[in-house]
Design a binder for this molecule. Structure first.
Ligand SMILES: [Zn+2]
Ligand SMILES: [Zn+2]
Length: 1021
């Protein structure tokens, strides 16, 4: 969007963001207004000070003081001993109400006084003191607000051994006095000059050798700007600017990481990459390098120990890259898989403006590729991709996944699932799914040209999310909430793809093919390279089982189905047979509705043997997105189901899937992966020698996001959110309607107006709870000065097709501004995979529960252009108040504030829920196929158990070992398992039992979804 005018668009965005922020802050303070109709204390939320008496007679606790404070201040550490002398400058205004009679403007009787600005000389000893009271009193009287008083209070605190000076402006006005209409001060500001100070040191955390720990001063109820050394001024908000990362940080020139180069001849480029890494690591992590920093930066021995530990991990990481490179050199089929993958990614990226990897993405691929050569040894590790800065996660996954898919094909796995990729939310984003589909379509087109792969199955995608999004199955005669070919909304309602993955045409049609019994996406472009057949995309659970697509994307909770449906077996091992009717696919256990095991209703086909060895059916990879969300009860339950999946694949194929995850946090990932997967955790990339800087990333000048912390005073958070959104919307309309004025004011070239209106015309208001989100949406609609604000909601409750429409409207806004979406009220649903370049302003209602959520959510704005994020603190809450105090560090060193993930696999409450699933899955997936008969009813299973002589003790011991609860310290857990299994056997043996199906045996029944537990409820061992 650059223009001949000369001003780069990027710069226009930056200036516009600055202007927007100044306007929002002005709206909060009341700057520039002359008169008001309403009481100013019910309107403004910044810069105001209540009077001390009022705060004292109120609830009189720290919390209410924060909600409507009577003082602002600056805390400093003087460099020298008492006495201290300084100049304190106070700025403030007042609002005065005209009497009923004789107001020059009877409709707007409140008027704003002139500015009070006083320089107060202060000399203070160890006892502190009061200053400037009389001066300020006279100054307020002089501007027309007699009765208002204020003073400077200096306290000296020395409980940290070294003295600290607390300089405050306190509103000492009386609550009521003759002629005094409002005892608040407005637009207050405090400035301290002339005192020599030393910085505070943030308390040392384990990895603090990476961080700048200096804090020049702390604000009290405000932020502090350091205007020049020794000059401190309060600010009503705390602004922190972040910058975009660059992905090459070496003095060597960047190797060609384009898909084309790596598809053609990757070894020279990869060698150059690893050489540059080696040089960087030696320069920053060698003993000599650390010795130097140790001495010059005054490290403690604990900091040095941390640095030594980090260095060891850095060199281990480099060794993994070297090993990966060596494999590409020596193993032709691995090299070819890597090349084909690059060809495929090149195709899928065509026309999207990128043609190359970022170096760290290739670094990850190199570090992980060894699992192809040594799957058994490498399955012991969970490789976690850590994305603290910027995107590219999904593409990195896709690179690994396509490499594995090609490798599978080249080594005899001609069909079946290569990877099962799971997302922790119920609503996997459609955009994310589309990217998987695009990559697989690229791979499919590449496959057509490979002579030795032509006869393997097409690369395809399965979408396994279940009832909330797409049907589990389609039945001929639906009952209850079942879905049939003619159910309402069929088939259009279930469209998942946004465009054709082969040709990008958006003209897709949904069809239900009765003959093939398939719910299909069709591309209507006559030139589509895929042709007029159904696209290779399966969105009904049963179709996923019938066709076992190359990649299955889905939600985490679907793992529960492994204990409920025999046909889930295709996701951990071989199906049973293949139906003779070509388009019916794989078959599973026989049931009443599927008498021959084929899942197509009324199938008359016969069963053919599997066309591939059974042990190749197990997936090579399981991917877990957003690992850090697997915590508390959800994490505990999932840890048991992960073990169950491992157990089943081991029994059915003798293999273990490699697990790859992504996480927004590093804190405690090693323990988390140990608990979840019983594997060792490894993370890529290792953090660099300095915060925000490593071989893989370095900050550049380009601006990313401006974070603005707001501590609302005296009014509700909802009021502030409404007013902020209102100000943002009125600004964008002003730009549209009066471009000349705004451009002159903000320093923007007029050529950029259209672009800015599009990029900054939709604001996000984000709430951590559904309640907050809905309230924000409602309140804005009824409480704004700007007319016609179109609000839409994006939450977990928003219907699937509505989400799709909203995303489409955001991506391709209506021509007329009035018709567009102006505000999106969103919950955490937004934080996962919604990538819209047009979202650049956000208002956050209170800090989210976790720092990880804060990082992820705010990353939704400013993806390509400078973003602006207002973080409205719920300042009454201790955590929000603390964060406000060190907001700068919270944003710039956010990863350090991420809490370790609370998780355990030893919760007995959770165990009570998961035992039934383990026993049921073992029956469905192992016992039933082994028995070569149907074991779906208690009578059949009873007979089988008798025939095989299975005992409760034997089954209980297996369950305990599957769940990793077979140690000496787990005696209680073993007892609990034994008890449940014994009851289950008793039920089974009870011929008078009313149980109709095997899952009626025992209590409770297997979980239907991993979400059956309260996701965030804390649990204990
Ligand atoms: Zn097409
Ligand atoms: Zn069939």
């Amino acid at each position: 969007m650059n223009d001949s005018s000369g001003q780069p668009f990027e710069e226009a965005c930056d200036k516009f963001v600055t202007w927007l922020d100044s306007r929002v802050v002005a709206a909060g303070r009341g700057d520039g207004l002359e008169r008001l109709e309403v009481d100013p204390s019910r309107t403004f939320w910044l810069g105001r000070l209540a009077c001390e008496d009022e705060v004292r007679t109120g609830a009189n606790d720290e919390r209410s003081e924060r909600l409507d404070p009577c003082a602002i201040g600056i805390r400093l550490r003087p460099a020298e001993g008492a006495p201290w002398s300084m100049t304190v400058t106070v700025r403030a205004r007042a609002w005065v109400k005209d009497p009923k009679e004789g107001s020059p403007d009877p409709d707007r009787r409140w008027w704003r006084t002139g500015l009070v600005e006083e320089e107060i000389p202060v000399v203070v000893g160890a006892d502190g003191g009061f200053f400037g009271g009389k001066l300020l009193q006279d100054a307020f009287a002089a501007v027309g607000a007699p009765g208002l008083t204020a003073e400077i209070r200096v306290d000296v605190e020395d409980w940290h051994r070294e003295p600290e000076l607390v300089v405050q402006l306190v509103n000492t006005s009386p609550i009521k006095a003759p002629g005094l209409s409002d005892s608040h001060l407005y637009e207050t500001q405090l400035e301290v000059t002339g005192v020599l100070t030393v910085p505070f040191q943030l308390e040392a955390l384990p990895d603090s050798f990476r961080y700048d720990r200096n804090v020049p001063a702390y604000g009290i109820n405000v932020g502090v700007d350091v205007l020049a050394p020794g000059i401190f001024r309060t600010s009503d908000t705390v602004s922190v600017q972040t910058h975009r990362p660059d992905y090459w940080n070496s003095r060597r020139s960047e190797p060609d990481m384009s898909f084309a180069a790596l598809a053609a001849d990757p070894i020279p480029e990869l060698t150059a990459l690893v050489d540059a890494l080696t040089e960087y690591d030696d320069e920053h992590w060698s003993t000599t390098a650390l010795d130097t920093r140790h001495a010059t930066e005054n490290w403690t021995s604990a900091m040095r120990a941390e640095a030594d530990k980090s260095a060891a991990e850095i060199f281990a990481e480099r060794d993994r890259l070297l090993a990966g490179l060596e494999l590409l050199r020596t193993r032709p089929e691995i090299l070819r898989s890597f090349q084909l993958m690059n060809q495929a990614i090149a195709l899928s990226a065509e026309g999207r403006g990128y043609r190359a990897w970022r170096p760290f993405q290739v670094g990850f691929l190199l570090s992980a590729i060894r699992f192809l050569a040594e799957p058994g040894a490498e399955a012991k590790y969970v490789d976690t991709v850590w994305f603290a800065t910027g995107g590219g996660k999904t593409e990195t996954y896709l690179g690994l996944l396509l490499t594995a898919a090609f490798f599978d094909r080249l080594t005899g796995k001609r069909m079946g699932v290569t990877a099962w990729s799971r997302f922790p939310l119920r609503l996997l984003s459609l955009q994310q799914t589309q990217r998987f589909a695009d990559a697989l379509a690229g791979a499919e087109m590449v496959r057509w040209d490979q002579n030795d792969l032509k006869r393997t199955s097409p690369f395809s995608l399965g979408f396994l999310v279940g009832q909330a999004g797409t049907p589990n199955k389609i039945v001929p005669k639906p009952e209850g909430d079942e879905i049939g070919p003619d159910s309402s909304g069929m088939p259009d309602k279930y469209r998942v793809l946004l465009h054709c993955p082969f040709c990008r045409d958006e003209n897709l049609t949904m069809k239900f093919d009765r003959q093939r019994w398939k719910l299909e996406h069709h591309c209507m472009n006559p030139q589509c390279p895929w042709g007029q057949r159904a696209l290779p995309m399966y969105i009904v659970d049963q179709e996923v089982f019938r066709f076992l697509p190359t990649v299955v994307v889905g939600t985490l909770d679907k793992a529960a189905s492994i204990s409920l449906q025999q046909a889930m077996r295709g996701l951990v091992g071989p199906p049973q047979k293949l139906c003779s009717v070509e388009w019916h696919g794989f078959t599973y256990a026989t049931r009443r509705a599927t008498p021959n095991g084929c899942l197509v209703p009324g199938c008359q086909g016969t069963l053919k043997p599997l066309p591939m060895p059974e042990d190749r059916f197990g997936p090579s990879l399981r991917l877990q997105d957003e690992l850090h969300l697997l915590r508390d009860s959800l994490g505990a339950v999932d840890s048991h189901y992960e073990s169950l999946l491992d157990h089943l694949q081991d029994r059915l194929c003798g293999t273990r899937a490699k697990i790859v995850a992504s996480s927004a946090t590093l804190t405690g990932y090693d323990r988390q992966t140990e608990v979840l997967y019983r594997r060792e955790g490894r993370v890529f990339p290792q953090p660099g020698p300095h915060a925000g800087e490593s071989f893989w990333t370095v900050r550049k000048a380009q601006k990313l996001r401006r974070f603005v912390a707001v501590a609302p005073r005296g009014v509700t958070l909802e009021h502030v959110s409404d007013r902020t959104l209102d100000a943002l919307q009125s600004c964008i309309r002003e730009l549209k309607d009066y471009p000349a004025t705004v451009c002159a004011d903000a320093g923007i070239d007029r050529a950029h107006v259209k672009g800015l209106v599009s990029l900054y015309g939709t604001d996000v208001v984000y709430g951590s709870t559904l309640y907050d989100v809905e309230a924000a949406g409602r309140s804005l609609a009824s409480n704004n000065t700007v007319d016609g604000i179109n609000v839409e909601q994006l939450t977990g409750q928003t219907d699937f097709d509505e989400v799709r429409d909203i995303l489409e409207r955001l991506e391709k806004p209506e021509e007329k501004f009035e018709d567009r979406i102006h505000v999106i009220a969103a919950s955490s649903m937004l934080s996962h995979g919604v990538d819209v370049d047009r979202l650049n302003t956000m208002v956050m209602l209170g800090l989210p529960l976790t720092t990880a959520e804060f990082i992820q959510t705010t990353a939704r704005v400013g993806r390509r252009y400078p973003g602006l994020v207002y973080v409205l603190h719920k300042i009454g809450r201790e955590r929000d108040a603390q964060t406000f105090r060190h907001f700068d560090k919270y944003v710039s060193q956010g990863d350090r504030f991420v809490d370790a993930i609370p998780i355990t696999r030893r919760s007995r409450r959770v165990l009570a829920l998961t035992i039934p699933g383990v026993v049921a899955a073992r029956t469905l997936m192992i016992r039933e196929p082994a028995s070569k008969q149907r074991l779906s009813t208690p009578a059949m299973l009873r007979q089988y158990v008798r025939d095989t002589g299975l005992t409760p003790a034997e089954e209980a011991a297996t369950v305990a070992s599957v769940l990793g609860l077979d140690g000496a310290e787990d005696a209680l857990h073993q007892e609990q398992i034994m008890e449940w299994v014994r009851d289950w056997f008793a039920d089974l043996e009870d011929t008078a039992s009313t149980a109709k199906y095997i899952n009626d045996l025992g209590d409770p029944s297997p979980m239907r979804s991993l979400r059956d537990v309260e996701a965030q409820a804390p649990i204990h061992d």
